[in-house]
Ligand binder design. Sequence first.
Ligand code: FE2
Length: 375
Amino acid sequence: MKSTYSMPTRVHFGEGVIDRLPLLPVVSSAQSIALCIGGSSLRASGHFNQIQSLLIGKSIALADGVPAEPPLSLLISLSEAWKKSKPDCIIAVGGGSVLDIAKAAAFWAMQYETVPSDLSKLPVNPMSPIPLVAVPTTSGTGSEVTPFSVFWDKEAGRNQSMHHTLLYPADALLDPVLTYSMPPEVTASTGMDAFTQASEAYWNKNANPVSDDYALMAIARILPALPRAVAHGQDAAARSNMLLGSLQAGLAFSNTRTTACHSISYPMTLHFHVAHGQAVGITLPEVLLLNAEVQPERVARYCTALGAADMKDAVEKIRSMMRASGLATKLSELGIKTDDDIERIVKGGFTPSRMGNTPYEFSPDTLRQLLKRIL
Ligand SMILES: [Fe+2]
């Protein structure tokens, strides 16, 4: 089988690697820098001051307060601001929402066109984006090495994804120390996102041998590390393994996209406010079992990577990891209880660009049955 794997982002990894920030060529050559961050947690951890001190001598414009599940309106205002100020470089420090919006705004700030209401309508020959350094402070989304950004319209009850190779950051700087202060529930949810993204990259119709190996390394690394990182936030080995596992999951699904678990998760987040990683993870064991019907040999290799004797054992290992991390394994634990609730998820659960990558062919009825099995 012939295949192509591509990854243009330079990846820097290790405890204390944040100190390299001013040495990166896109930063050292910049006079003006836009620093994009989320809420107050970066300031409370002391890392905001640390990053500012690393950038002394540069002209810094701060874009802060990026919320979880950012709306399209924020992408429009941020890209317009950067279109006017034209910073030489953007540094995004935060979780997936911060990285996603900074990547997309760095792109749109350089285009003649304005941000469209439909993010699948991209310029035919886009200009290069403002160079961006992505510094994740969670271990989950892998956004530092992906060409995707996701935006939410909660009033209209929908989300949409932007996908372009120009969204890959120039540099990804992954320092596990920046994740130490992440609260247990955020560690659990974001870590489950990484585990699920790796799983979905593996059984994906777009999988290739390179993405396969990254995916299997990621699940083997995350399985023991996640409960430990949740229980012991200062455990250096657990935090390092989670950030590396999340990176490997990102390297895998950057080239494959996701599958049914992500597709089914979006109405759970939109209508029931379920955290993204929890929402994608809750259907993972059932989607694994269905995919095993279609591709038993490939899924057997997935079970081996988990150290599982068979499929039943693999499902139990995943559910044990979730329970040990404080994650729900039943929909009723998340307030999803009635037939009407199930129907809302079935109705919104088919995103073709996700569902279509799943080897098992879902129908509304097979999705309904799956959800009832985990009620
Ligand atoms: Fe995800």
